[in-house]
Structures are given as structure tokens and as C-alpha cells.
Design a protein around this ligand. Sequence first.
Ligand SMILES: [Zn+2]
Ligand SMILES: [Zn+2]
Length: 344
Amino acid sequence: MDDLQYGTRNKRGDWAPNQPAETAPLFALPPRLMAILKWLPHYFFPWNVIFAASAVAYWAWVIPPKETMQTFAIGWIAWLYAVNAICVLFFYGAFELHLYVLKRQENRFKYNGKFPAEQKSKAFWFESQNLDNMLRTFLSGVTVWTAVEVAMLWAYANGYAPWLSFTENPWTLAVVALVVPIIHEFHFFCIHRLIHTPFLYKWVHSVHHNSVNPSPWSSLSMHPVEHLLYFGTAFYHLILPSSPILMLYQLHYAGFGAIPGHVGFDKVEIGEDKLVNSHAYAHYLHHKYFEVNYGDALIPLDKWFGTWHDGTPEGEARMQERYRKRKEKLAARKARVEVRRAAQ
Ligand SMILES: [Zn+2]
Ligand SMILES: [Zn+2]
């Protein structure tokens, strides 16, 4: 597979796509019907279908009966932690093994030419990005994920959350299912913007940003506070007319859905000639430049708030202009304070 048909590689070996990163046309104004129709299959395949199917599989084979979940007990909670941990190990591990251990597609379509294992850094536990990221994933990531899952299932089992049945309210639940990714995008943008404020960035979000060159295990490598905010997306289902299956879909969208954005490759080669888009470029640029692309571009929130970077020189210029303006503002504020001080 020749990745230079799709992009360019610089002297450092970093690959960039020819096509700039794009926001989904869903909320574009004026509405672009043809663009939406063309884009629509990508809304489902392959990623969202995988996360939704995994939620159905959980409901069928993993989630205990309602009566069990009415009271907290170590047995079913430990069982859920174990299943979540095994699924993360296999799902994340599959990408890690394919792309980073066996390096089956070498550095084709890889944004950053280097592999994290080649670079030691003091920012990480044991100076190893992989080990640090894996430990954070299983110690607090899967733990908080399971805790939120348990709290929500307990709420459903005790009648504290609106639980509609698929046979009686198929249309309502179909709409909620369609909206799950949009809820995630809105929630993620809000909490992500929040944890980029100086205090929370320093104490919470900087952990995730240690991975400037993200790989699959970076997906859930976060501070526990960020894990709680991130998986808090499930709590919308405490007020939405929904079902535990859709709440699980929401959680899986966050938990398994973090993978595509951190996979580090623009496209994953399947077999000889099949390519699966990761749509990771926008979030890769976030890890590279920090203060752009707070969302994943399903809703053009970054465009609306002026923080969108599509990877082009124009996007770069917009970012630099924003930094310049902010610097000017800070300098002006400092000057005002000094004038006031001198006058006192
Ligand atoms: Zn990230
Ligand atoms: Zn961030």
C-alpha cells in the first residue's frame, strides 16, 4: 500500500494527509443535504456499529439480572470490572499488537514517524509511555468506567432512571441511539475545554497530554478526575428517556471509542487493499498543539469557538494568530497592572 498517494512525509518521517481534517456536515450552515447523505454511512460504519453491538452483547451475556443489581455486592461488581478489563485488553491490545508490536504496516499512514517505545521520557511512570499508559488504563480507567456503569445499572434496577422498553417505545429509543454520539461530542467538548483551564490542566489533564505521540494505550491514560468527567457522559441517561442498553452504548462509545482518536495512524490497513479511516487527525493535532481541536468534529464546536485546526498552513496561521492576540492581551494586562502600581 502506497501511503504517499494519500499524503506526504516530511524529513522527520511524519506523514500528513493531503485532505485537511474536516468537521462532519451534520450541523453545517446552510444545511448541505447531499454532503450529509454522503457522510451518513461513516456515522455508522465501522466504529459506531461496533460500540453499539458491544453494548447489545453486554446486555445479552454480561449484565446480571435486575434483582441482583438492586443492591451493591462485590460479586457482580468484580465481574463487570473483569469483563471490562478483558474487553479493553483485547480491543486496545489488538491495535497495539497489529500496529505497534508487530508493526504490520510499519510507518505507513503514521502521523508521527517515531514509535513511543523508541523514546524514553521522565514524564511517564518507569520512563515508559506504554507501561504508564497501560497502568493508568487498568488502575483508574477501567475502575471508574465500571463504577459509573455500576451506579447507572443500580439506578435502573431501582427505578431511579427512566427505562423505556424497545417493544413499546422503539422510535424514541431509536432517536436516542442516534443521538448518543452527539451527546458524547457535546459532553467531551465541554469537559475537555474545562480541563484545559490552567489549574485543572496542571493537576488533571496534563497526564493525558504527556502522550504527545499517542498510541492505542494513550486512549484512556488520564488522571482519575478526568476519567470521572469523561465517563460522566453516562449520567445524561438519568434524565433521558432511555434504556440500560443505550446507557451501555454511551459508555462504550467513550471507553472503546477513545481508540480511533489515539491510534496514531490515519488509516488502518486490513489485508492487502482495504483501508479503514481512523478519523484521528483532528485529535492527533490536539495532542501535538494542545490548544486546538477540543472536540472530535462531529459538531463543529471548534469552528464556532475559533479553535479549529485542519492541519493546513491556513489552520496553522489561524492558530498562530490566536496565540499572538492572546500574548498581546496578556502583555496589555500586565502593563495596566504596572501603571496602577506605579500610581499608588
Ligand atoms: Zn487524547
Ligand atoms: Zn486536551
